[in-house]
Write a protein that binds this ligand. Sequence first.
Ligand SMILES: Cc1cc2nc3c(=O)[nH]c(=O)nc-3n(C[C@H](O)[C@H](O)[C@H](O)COP(=O)(O)OP(=O)(O)OC[C@H]3O[C@@H](n4cnc5c(N)ncnc54)[C@H](O)[C@@H]3O)c2cc1C
Length: 444
Amino acid sequence: MIYDVIVVGTGAGGATVARELSLKGLEVLILEKGEFNQAGAAVEHIKTAELTLDKEEFEEMENYDRYDFLDHQGELMYIEGVGGTTPVSLANACYACTSCYSNSPTAQFKIHDLELFEELIEASRDLNVGPLPQHLTGPATRKIWETTKKLGYFVEPMPKFIDYSKCNNCGLCILGCERGAKWDANKFVEDAIKANATLIPNFKVTKVVHDGNECDGVEGIDRAGESKTYHGKRVILAAGALNTPKILINSGISEGVGQSLFTDLFITVGGFLKDNGLNSEIPMGIKSEFGPYFISPHFSNQLIPLMARKGFKAEPKDVIGLMVKIADEANGTLNQDGTITKPLNSADLKLLTEGYDKCVEILTEIGVDPESIVSTPIRGAHPGGTAAMGKVVDKSLETKINGLYVADASVIPQAPGRPPILTITSLAKRLAKNIIHDALELKN
Ligand SMILES: Cc1cc2nc3c(=O)[nH]c(=O)nc-3n(C[C@H](O)[C@H](O)[C@H](O)COP(=O)(O)OP(=O)(O)OC[C@H]3O[C@@H](n4cnc5c(N)ncnc54)[C@H](O)[C@@H]3O)c2cc1C
């Protein structure tokens, strides 16, 4: 059997392109390395990769001791399973919102003569994107909003992909929504299967089969550990920015692959505010834009033991926090042995410390005891850039092998510093349109 298209991975990119193509009647095979993750338990499947943040050069910096996020090693989070990393998302949907800056994906792709507006609007419709409504904005979030505004900063509701009519405001988006209020890629996988796509979970694609010019299919390992080959006229790699490069390199495509890794580094800065209850509100309900970074209310469990070390015994409901998320330098590398090198440079550090100082200002104004303020380690949850447009794929998302495409976060050239799901789904939609156009032309 020769499929019209083989899609590798079922995350934001893979599920979208598989859905679009199967709805148009193409024969689609979807190969997924992981299993189905149960809604309500998705967070248990988060994998972490150590980020080797080389910080030595900053140790002489003034106030180095003030920034406790520099005390720890960094961490990068992702999921392998049906739906990819999307089941743990906090439903934030950004692309070109107010005050977004020049690294916004729309601006980045324009440089490559790719205008994505149409697809971004279509994706926003399909994912049900809308700003967090007033009635779901909890008291702690409102307090942060009022205080941040009083301090002279701009604040706006976060656009979310949540069907608010189904949301019970439990604040547990990261677990994977049991009520189906939050969009995740499982919805698109279901649509694709209903439209006759074949999904094989527990199948790890290892390489693409090609003759140096045309692509023929993929090889991989199935559930029983057997090696197997599937044939297709086109192959779309959507295995995520940490896995797509491995498949490309294994397939003899290595130029520019695995380099230029960004992660949208973030920290959560928090302190003690008795009974504030942020932990049971929709996370990141509002945001303040500061060009290459933004600040948003965020509860993190990691803050509790850090506060305890400073003598503040907090229950989750006593912790109030703010996330600082930056557009970091695309200077990381996915090494041959699977480790990740991600130097923290002075531009990244400037943004993190600037954001940290603003968080302390806001938290103190709210009434948090400054002595209780701590920060999580630096983390990343948006890996991308490892098969970047202009280096590894062209503006049609095609590699140098005809019929071999990439449709995931790997193709985004620079860190947007903003949640990327809407951008990835838009890119996948564009690729689907191109393929459908070509397939129809071939028929006629
Ligand atoms: C805690 C957390 C919260 C987040 N919140 C948000 C948010 O609010 N908004 C937002 O926009 N983004 C958010 N993100 C980021 C977002 O989830 C990812 O950027 C996005 O899902 C990446 O999409 P992708 O298609 O590149 O890869 P993924 O969604 O990771 O999908 C990759 C898929 O490929 C599969 N795969 C891997 N290797 C193979 C192989 N060899 N063979 C077959 N299949 C393979 C994987 O199992 C997976 O299904 C969050 C991330 C985390 C960790």
